[in-house]
Design a protein around this ligand. Sequence first.
Ligand code: 5AD
Ligand code: FES
Length: 360
Amino acid sequence: MTDIPGVIQKLSDTGDLTREEIICLLENRTPELQAFLAEKASATARKHYGNKVFVRGLIEFTNYCRNDCYYCGIRCGNKNAVRYRLSEEEIVECASHGYDLGFRTIVLQGGEDAYFTDEKMTGIIRSIKSIHPDCAVTLSIGEKSYESYKAFFDAGADRYLLRHETADPEHYAKLHPSNLSAENRQQCLYNLKKIGFQTGAGFMVGSPYQTAGNIADDLLFLKKLEPEMIGIGPFIPHKDTVFAGEKAGGLELTLYLLSIIRLMHPAVLLPATTALGTIDPRGREQGILAGANVVMPNLSPVGVRKKYDLYDNKICTGEEAAECMNCLKNRISRIGYEIVTDRGDNIKYLNNRNKMKEGK
Ligand code: 5AD
Ligand code: FES
């Protein structure tokens, strides 16, 4: 099948593609087609969100992790990782510093660290929400039980990021030890949605053993889940992992996928990730021009940043939060977009919630 114009027409008209159609797009990628899709995708983002780019302040509050994912620099098996935890006070202080800089979404991200019990997490969420009720709190702390997720939600957390990593169980097993499964990961995502979180899923582009079929399955999984946020970024090897010698994912393929995802999910919140900015100095700007509409500058205290070392050469590990914010503001305004500091909720999610409130 090579009816590329037909596939693109279907993608823009319906946002839906079959597995074969996605593979066809992947196999026929050219710079021209990529530029064409980027234009369509960024126009779609502008239709829903204007030239606004939302910011999320990322606080990496612990790099302890009980898991041993083969790609990740803070895997428990990495004895070279220098471990740290922020105290509850430090986390709340950091959130308040972010608030003063204009952030209205705070993302608390960490490894799966048993020290942060549900009680501690709900305490932190409540503190931040009581001091800054107009701020959205997003969690990104991995796989938990339904009850834990519910407790976080009831404490006031608004959103949850949990990349599905890869939808295919066999590929999943090549990236993770056997105690982790694609099935459990996906169940967690359905639980989060059911509880009412604005939910984010996603995957790494160019992870080891990834095939075009895997990417197609990832896009079909995202279509089925319909998350409010989708995070994708290139895989980047880390020197102390099983995949130290593997090749990084490509910039162009990541940009192409951002455009396809935007066309499949017109209203989704789609970050131009730090990993994208790491493989290319203008990666994040190019991401926005390909249809992304979120950036997530780092709010973690500078003293711990280098330690949250998921992959080699991560950017923004030496800058103060204010510097990152200014740097991004400049980068975004140079390409004709504008950073905005409202909560930046998913428009479709808000509409559905309002309809439910009105009893429709
Ligand atoms: N390269 C790129 N992304 C990575 N992540 C973890 N390790 C790497 C790596 N080596 C991503 C995973 C995880 C998110 C927090 O960071 O997709 O879900
Ligand atoms: Fe952190 Fe540019 S965004 S220094």
